[in-house]
Design a protein around this ligand. Structure first.
Ligand SMILES: Nc1ncnc2c1ncn2[C@@H]1O[C@H](COP(=O)(O)OP(=O)(O)OP(=O)(O)O)[C@@H](O)[C@H]1O
Ligand SMILES: [Mg+2]
Length: 601
């Protein structure tokens, strides 16, 4: 093949990395030249062009074509016909990398000058661009859209340490992509990978199969699932309060904080290695009995007293209650005249709030949290298992992936629970940074599915503060994030902008697309115009984990995540199922389960 066959035009102007190209219409009579038997399309957004400069080939990606690509100064807006004719001749491209011999590098060391020739990029060029990613440090996730014979690879080091955002409308293929990435990582080359996936909809258990250990509420233990427990006492004080209904005034909150602090202080002495007192606060992850706290606070609110003639005060107690079974203590009703028994004038007026706490404690849906098995403290705060056992369960088993299936978590606390999980994992690895299990020696990738659910922009929750810290500092501690969301516009923008790699699947909402541009190099934001028209499973990938911004067709996962679209046409063409199932639906609902058999076991 003659190298000159590929010339399409010349460089007309250079502005930083942005190059305006004038197509040579004499040389290129058609927009679809045939070279070596292959048809090429000139000027496709996202396609590549080559500019030879001495021994080096510079490569760029086409970001604009047509009228928008005409340089400002040449735009003859007075004459629409002329503009139309001109429009066919212009392209804008952004330089992204260069090649010396057979070696392709991201970034450019030189600029072209006006008059330099611009070439089409052939399949042989593409092979070199995509070819030299090391097999040992990268995973294959699909094919380059421009050529099915080229596999699309992601650099695993960059992907994990520089964080990645996976964005796309509902049904665009995010969950499928996560499954493909994680299976690729786990299936051979990286058996010691450590990945923690927060799965709010319970989609991944079957899709990740033997690569993952699944923790969930109502776990099917016989089938290898593990029960999910997240102890409430690991949450900072403010977050714990958010799990209850109602609000406290500032003095009331201070009062409860003091009580929790003193309970934690007492219980900390029972831990196998008690921490220093000076390091403790109501926010410390120290066990304490919430039932006991409730009982004591409730008793104090209900208390009535008798004042003896000699000034001695006694409690007008009828019957003690019980913290274990959450029964309040009973006192004689206070008199309405100025006689015994008197009200406790020290009471804080929080009886209704305490009743809300009690409601949570008896609500079965919250068992995984308030009655967390061996992590539930006894009255004195003593526990059978501490947080280290929880971390071992989550992070030190024989499978590379841990799925925390939050599908059974009541929606009102999903955000808080996700926050608790992120905080437990982050804090433990932050403080373990010099240990062999720290992230530097054994990096951890946290995959946050439906991240907008718990990382709302402008919200100060434990999830957002922890994730912000990971986004900013995680690299140093070997902690990586994979944020998956259909609503980038709702996501904390500081977190999004820290993601070194952006994988943008189809996205129809303009506001959401606007937020993708904050995570993409400015020059390339014009390419985002392609996003609404991408096919399902097709993505634009920008950033550190790829050699060059690429349009990629992601593979279909062998086992699909459970989010798979129902086949409506097929289902509606069959005989409908028996109506008896509606009775079963109500039973399942009342039992808070997805399957009755499990309960009967
Ligand atoms: N790369 C792909 N190849 C073929 N089919 C795909 C691909 N990616 C996704 N699909 C199909 O598209 C549908 C939706 O995919 P997926 O559940 O991954 O979307 P999603 O972006 O996670 O949606 P949601 O935001 O609702 O969770 C599924 O039926 C899936 O099988
Ligand atoms: Mg999904």
């Amino acid at each position: 093949m003659l190298r000159n066959d590929t010339i399409i035009g010349s460089v007309e102007s250079v502005l930083g990395n942005r190059i305006s190209i004038l197509i040579d219409t004499d040389r290129l009579p058609s927009n679809v030249p045939v070279i070596d038997g292959r048809v090429y399309r000139v000027g496709q957004i996202g396609s590549f062009l080559r500019v030879p400069v001495g021994y080096i080939d510079l490569y760029g990606v086409v970001t604009q074509a047509g009228a928008d690509a005409i340089p400002e100064k040449l735009r003859d807006t007075d004459d629409p016909d002329k503009l139309k004719k001109q429009a066919r001749n212009w392209l804008t491209m952004v330089l992204v990398g260069e090649r010396i011999g057979d070696h392709f590098e991201r970034g450019v060391s030189q600029s072209p000058v006006a008059g330099d020739q611009v070439h089409l990029v052939t399949i042989d060029d593409l092979k070199i661009i995509y070819g030299n990613m090391d097999d040992k440090t990268s995973i294959s996730i699909g094919q380059i859209s421009a050529s099915e014979s080229l596999s699309a690879r992601l650099d695993i080091d960059k992907l994990v340490t520089r964080h990645v955002a996976l964005l796309g409308s509902t049904g665009s293929g995010k969950s499928n992509a996560v499954t493909v990435f994680l299976c690729e990582i786990a299936k051979g080359k990286f058996p010691s990978a450590r990945i923690l996936l927060i799965d709010p909809h319970g989609e991944y258990g079957t899709a990740l199969g033997r690569y993952a250990r699944v923790f969930k509420i109502n776990a099917d233990v016989q089938n290898g699932e593990y029960p999910l427990f997240i102890p409430y006492w690991a949450l900072p004080f403010g977050e714990l309060l958010k799990t209850f209904v109602g609000v406290l005034t500032d003095p009331q909150e201070e009062y409860v904080r003091e009580k929790i602090f003193s309970k934690k202080l007492e219980a900390s002495k029972l831990l196998s290695s008690p921490p220093e007192e000076a390091a403790l606060s109501a926010d410390s992850p120290i066990p304490f009995s919430l039932k006991e706290l409730w009982y004591q606070l409730d008793r104090f609110e209900r208390l009535t007293i008798n004042r003896g003639a000699n000034g001695v005060i006694t409690e007008a107690l009828i019957k003690e209650g019980d913290s274990d079974s959450l029964v309040s203590a009973q006192f004689e009703p206070h008199s309405t005249t100025n006689t015994n028994p008197y009200l406790n004038n020290q009471a804080k007026g929080i009886l209704r709030y305490l009743n809300n706490i009690r409601n949570r404690l008896v609500d079965q849906r919250f068992n995984f949290f308030f009655h967390s098995g061996e992590w539930e403290p006894a009255k004195d705060g003593k526990i059978k298992k501490d947080l280290d056992a929880l971390l071992i369960d989550w992070l030190a088993h024989d499978r590379p992936i841990t799925v925390l299936d939050l599908s059974g978590v009541p929606p009102e606390i999903t955000a808080i629970v996700s926050g608790a999980v992120i905080r437990i994992a982050y804090d433990a690895l932050f403080w373990a940074q010099d240990l062999p299990i720290g992230g530097r020696k054994q990096p951890l990738l946290m995959v946050l599915e439906e991240a907008h659910m718990y990382l709302q922009a402008g919200e100060e929750s434990v999830a957002s503060t922890s994730v912000r810290s990971i986004a900013k500092e995680g690299r140093k501690y070997g902690l990586g994030l994979m944020l998956v969301t259909q609503r980038p516009s709702e996501l904390d923008p500081t977190v999004l902008s820290q993601c070194g790699t952006t994988i943008a699947l189809r996205m129809t909402n303009g506001q959401d697309r606007g937020h993708v541009s904050s995570a993409v190099q400015d020059d390339l934001s014009d390419m985002l115009a392609l996003i609404p028209s991408l096919r399902t499973g097709e993505a634009l990938i920008f950033g550190e984990a790829v050699k060059i911004p690429s349009r990629v067709r992601i593979d279909a996962a062998t086992k699909a995540p459970r989010s798979e679209d129902p086949k409506v046409s097929m289902a509606w063409a069959q005989t409908p199922p028996s109506a008896d199932y509606y009775k079963q639906a109500i039973d399942l609902w009342r039992n808070g389960r997805f399957s009755i058999e499990k309960k009967e076991k």
